[in-house]
Design a protein around this ligand. Structure first.
Ligand code: AMP
Length: 283
């Protein structure tokens, strides 16, 4: 695996590969890697000539400074995992490589509805930060294919919109890969490392609550089932930000389900200091 820290060096190297007609797959991450990240990498490896992974804990997407300070960093282990998985290139930039003109000048993105709901509503500024870093990474890597995880459902939609807004729709194909889970159902996440033993046991309640929604959803107004789900989380010790049921294609909140519309249930909840998110397609 080749390690690049400078955007200009990576660009130059990739230019040569592109000229040789090689296909480039890209997996952006914030590190503290787990099997979920590696599954994205494997998908990219199977479908492209070269796979580039990036690790950058992006300061602009943390609305809560404490969350940023405590974000797990396990870079040596990450490098080992990427080598083992056969990753071709790791891009490990500094803040000044990503934001050469400073954070303030990184632009504003018209994300419309997506910024008013769910993660957009509860983490003000978060998706602006996501778009800043992803736009810059795409500009540097210029991949043919981009691999993202369904775990961050709304983020996938936001990045889809970013690709449209930046006129990259014809040149980059985005693939959303399934969420990898622990044996008990907990969605793999770098933030799980911050859970103590007791919290780790409690954490599976999010998956159980999503499964409850999937099993019990009926045509009509889903308010009462959402309330039950919310109560289940609170009883387990969570402080939920939201339990929502939305149209799986556009995230419009569903108030009257016709029994056919494709649905996704989404949850964000705090377990003490740690905020966890997860989602599940319901039909
Ligand atoms: P992160 O490092 O959390 O920013 O995640 C980097 C990429 O990995 C994003 O596209 C995530 O959606 C994806 N990802 C995170 N957790 C999982 C998981 N459990 N299964 C599949 N993909 C994941």
């Amino acid at each position: 695996m080749i390690l690049f820290k400078k955007a200009a060096d990576l660009r130059k190297w990739l230019e040569t590969q592109r000229k040789a007609d090689l296909n480039i797959g890209f997996v952006p991450t914030m590190g503290a890697l787990h099997a979920g990240h590696i599954s994205l990498l494997n998908t990219s490896k199977n479908r492209n000539d070269i796979t580039v992974a990036s690790i950058f804990v992006n300061p602009t997407q943390f609305n809560d400074p404490k969350d940023f300070e405590k974000y797990p960093i396990t870079i040596e282990k990450d490098i080992d995992l990427l080598e083992e998985a056969g990753c071709d290139v790791l891009f490990l930039p500094s803040v000044s490589e990503i934001y050469p003109h400073g954070i303030e000048k990184a632009g504003h993105f018209d994300l419309g509805y997506f910024e008013t709901i769910l993660e957009g509503k509860y983490r003000p500024g978060h998706f602006q930060g996501v778009c800043m870093v992803v736009q810059r990474l795409l500009e540097i890597v210029m991949p043919h294919k981009l691999y993202l995880g369904q775990k961050d459902y709304q983020q996938c939609m936001v990045i889809g919109k970013l690709i449209e807004l930046t006129g990259l729709k014809g040149s980059i194909t985005m693939t959303v890969c399934p969420t990898l889970r622990e044996k008990d159902g907990l969605a793999m996440s770098s933030r799980n490392m911050r859970l103590n033993e007791q919290e780790r046991k409690t954490a599976i309640q999010i998956f159980k609550t999503l499964s409850f929604l999937k099993e019990n959803i009926k045509p009509g107004n889903p308010d009462s089932i959402k309330k039950d789900a919310n109560r289940m989380l609170i009883q387990a010790g969570f402080k939920p930000d939201y339990v929502e049921i939305a149209d799986a294609d556009n995230l419009a909140i569903v108030n009257d389900w016709d029994g056919k519309q494709k649905l996704v249930a989404l949850i964000a909840a705090f377990l003490n200091e740690v905020r966890l998110i997860d989602n599940m397609l319901l039909n």
